[in-house]
Design a protein. Structure first.
Length: 129
């Protein structure tokens, strides 16, 4: 793992909310807003952007932690700017603080954790299950 980032470094992911991102279960839209589970996916992606640059050819990242505080709605068609900020790197684990905003409106905040593993180790772990 290339240690090329440090505390405070940021990556930004821009996401326009679509109908696929709305709060829906089993085909029924409950609320026409950006769902918490879609936020979870996009929080994970925003912090993974660091690992894309950090990983060696024989490595892959896996999620270890996810915390989301859903603060305000975001509606279909709105652009959400998700900022991942390195909080710390401990060994092979990256911890990021995440914020999602539409303009000045805070949509959500939280944390993610991801661990870098050797692909052969990961393959062995996945075969056990």
């Amino acid at each position: 793992m290339k240690l090329i980032f440090s505390r405070g470094d940021q990556k930004v992911y821009r996401k326009t909310v679509t109908s696929d991102d709305l709060a829906a279960f089993h085909g029924e839209v409950l609320h026409p807003v950006y769902s918490t589970y879609a936020l979870a996916r996009d929080f994970e992606w925003s912090s993974r952007l660091f690992f894309i640059d950090m990983k060696e050819e024989d490595e892959e990242g896996v999620g270890t932690h996810l915390q989301i505080n859903h603060r305000n709605p975001a509606f279909a068609g709105e652009e959400v700017i998700i900022t991942a900020t390195v909080d710390k790197i401990e060994g092979n684990e990256l911890l990021c603080r995440i914020e999602a905003r539409v303009g000045d409106r805070l949509i959500a905040d939280g944390m993610t954790g991801q661990r870098m593993l050797k692909k052969d180790r990961l393959s062995t772990l996945l075969k056990k299950n």
